[in-house]
Structures are given as structure tokens and as C-alpha cells.
Design a protein around this ligand. Structure first.
Ligand code: G3H
Ligand code: 13P
Ligand code: ZN
Length: 318
């Protein structure tokens, strides 16, 4: 059952966060559905502009429609990740996406509000939810290279009121990719959960979103490097920090990089251990299983695991 993120957030707010996973191909899609059902969790399947281009956006839709039939118990949102205005309109028009992110955070404040408001008006007319972003994450966002600018809680209130968005991605020190924190002498690493707390106090009940939330597990990176990889100084967000976020009004936690690491580890180890093999299904199957296992683990950590039946009962009625 495809539902909007706004509906999922109403079920989750203040209790747990919902994992939002970036999907590009069949093996990830199957692993995502399997892992979510194994852990009995609602989830958000998100598609970036890059994923829509990788094969063709019609393959993404066809694959997910098929997954909906193969896994009829699943409850999930289909979300555009880091959309520009034009891509948002295309997704809203499609009737397939239940949620879009308009990422105009690189524009100045008033322009970000104006762009977001236009997308909100178009989306709400079709029953689609809108995530917006205020502040700048570090690292690379699609084709935008940004430097960190934490979200200002005062501005967040004005932004939400004027734009009408349904959820807000906040910048609290996370960044995209596998190299999130550069150790600098004398500088304490860590996230600014004080910003989340301030926004929660000013906008009670309003869902926040965390981008750049992969944990980049050391064990995964070591296995990749032991199998020929060269990922030096990779680091991510500690899972203990994310586990807390769901209780603080963060309803959506975005994870892409950790899935890419699982893919890299499975494939590097497979071809190291079985150099004589060349059937793509021989490595595709263990990847799907490993990806499902990662998803189930993330859902446990975020607290969404075990809530599927209750969410289906709540949303199925409406
Ligand atoms: O935030 C970016 C996501 O990790 C998607 O990455 O644009 O390479 O598909 P992508
Ligand atoms: P990671 O790179 O930390 O997985 O973040 C993904 C993300 O924010 C997608 O929008
Ligand atoms: Zn992101």
C-alpha cells in the first residue's frame, strides 16, 4: 500500500523515525521490501534524480508497482529525493509519487520559501506531501556542492508557516556520502541535536527529516578494504545518535551510502572468493539478502520495526 509521508509521520511522530532508503535497481528494491517486512516496519522508498536517469524513470515505477504486488503487506511512501522544481512537477503529475522533496535550500531564504510554496500548491492539489530543506548540509547534494549552514530555528518557524510544507529537512551537521567527519585537532565531532530540540519546541508536532544519516560502519569499511577497496578515513553518524532522533520529532532518516557499502562489500568479497564465477545472479542473490539484513537492522535501530500492522490498520481505514 502506497501512502503519503505525511500520513506515516502522523503515526510515527515523537515515537520513532521511519527509514528512507535510496533505490536504483531491482536488487535493492527486492532487498528493501524483504528487509522491511522481516522487521515489520513501514518505510519510505526514495528515488533521486540520478536514479530516475540511471535506467529510465519508467523502469523505477514499473519495478516498484511490481514489488507492491509481490509484497502486498508492505506499507510505504514513494518519495522524490532532492528534487528541483521541474522534477517535482513531473513526479506530482505522474500520480505515482506520494511525496516529493523540493530542495531549494541553496537559494536565499525568501526564494526558498517562494519555490517551496509553488511546489506545495501543486502537490497538495493532488494529495502529494512535500518535504523542504532549510540550511545547508556539508558535502555534495546531487550536483550542488555545499558548505555547512545549520538550520536557524527562528527561520524554520517562518519558513514552515509561509511555505506550507509538510516536513522539513534540517541541517544539524550531517553530510552526504561516506566521509562525513574530518577529524580536526581540538574540534569535537558530533551533531547539533540542540537545533532539533529548539525546532521541536517552536513547532510542536511538525515532522523533521535528517539527511546524510548513514553510519558508515567501520566493520563494513574494513571488509571492503580487505577485499581490495580503498576507502580511507570513511566515517558516518553513530547509530546511537539516530536512535534518539525519532523521539525528538525527527520522523524520516535518509540512508543511501550504507546501502552502497553493502553492495560494494558483497561484490568485492564475492569476486575475490569466487574468481571463476561470472553469473550475475550468483552475486545478486547474496546482495539482496545482505541488503535486506541491513534494512531490517536500521529499522530496529530507528524504532520503526514492529509497527507495520498498527500503521496498516490506522491508514488502511482512511
Ligand atoms: O542525497 C543524495 C542521495 O544519496 C542520492 O544520491 O544523487 O547519487 O542518486 P544520487
Ligand atoms: P547518506 O549519504 O548519509 O546515506 O545520506 C543519504 C541522503 O541524505 C539521501 O537524501
Ligand atoms: Zn539527502
Amino acid at each position: 500500500m502506497i501512502v503519503t509521508t505525511a500520513k506515516l509521520f502522523r503515526c510515527a511522530y515523537g515515537k520513532y523515525a521511519i527509514g528512507a532508503y535510496n533505490i536504483n535497481n531491482l536488487e535493492q528494491t527486492v532487498g528493501l521490501f524483504q528487509g522491511s517486512l522481516q522487521s515489520k516496519a513501514p518505510f519510505i522508498l526514495q528515488i533521486s534524480k540520478g536514479a530516475r536517469k540511471y535506467s529510465d524513470k519508467r523502469f523505477m515505477e514499473g519495478m516498484i508497482r511490481a514489488a507492491e504486488q509481490v509484497f502486498p503487506e508492505a506499507v510505504f511512501a514513494v518519495h522524490l529525493d532532492h528534487g528541483d522544481e521541474e522534477t517535482c512537477y513531473d513526479c506530482i503529475k505522474s500520480g505515482f509519487y506520494s511525496s516529493v522533496m523540493i530542495d531549494a535550500s541553496h537559494h536565499e531564504f525568501a526564494e526558498n520559501i517562494a519555490i517551496t510554496k509553488r511546489v506545495v500548491d501543486a502537490a497538495h492539489a493532488k494529495g502529494v506531501s512535500v518535504e523542504a530543506e532549510l540550511g545547508q548540509l556539508g558535502g555534495v547534494e546531487e550536483d550542488i556542492v555545499g558548505s555547512v549552514k545549520l538550520t536557524d530555528p527562528e527561520q524554520a518557524v517562518e519558513f514552515v508557516k509561509k511555505s506550507g510544507c509538510d516536513s522539513l529537512a534540517v541541517a544539524i551537521g550531517t553530510s552526504h556520502g561516506a566521509f562525513k567527519f574530518k577529524a580536526e585537532p581540538g574540534k569535537k565531532l558530533g551533531l547539533h541535536f540542540d537545533v532539533v530540540e529548539k525546532i521541536k519546541a517552536k513547532l510542536p508536532g511538525f515532522p523533521m527529516v535528517l539527511h546524510g544519516s548513514s553510519s558508515v560502519p567501520k566493520a563494513e569499511v574494513s571488509r571492503i578494504n580487505a577485499a581490495g577497496g580503498k576507502l580511507k578515513d570513511a566515517s558516518g553518524v553513530p547509530e546511537e545518535d539516530l536512535a534518539q532522533a525519532g523521539k525528538m520529532g525527527v520522523c524520516k532518516v535518509n540512508i543511501d551510502t550504507d546501502g552502497r557499502l553493502v553492495w560494494t562489500r558483497v561484490h568485492r568479497e564475492f569476486f575475490r572468493d569466487f574468481p571463476e564465477k561470472f553469473d550475475l545472479r550468483d552475486v545478486g542473490k547474496p546482495f539482496m539478502d545482505a541488503y535486506a539484513q541491513m534494512i531490517a537492522g536500521k529499522n530496529q535501530m530507528l524504532g520503526s520495526a514492529g509497527h507495520l500492522d498498527e500503521v496498516r490498520a490506522a491508514l488502511g481505514k482512511k
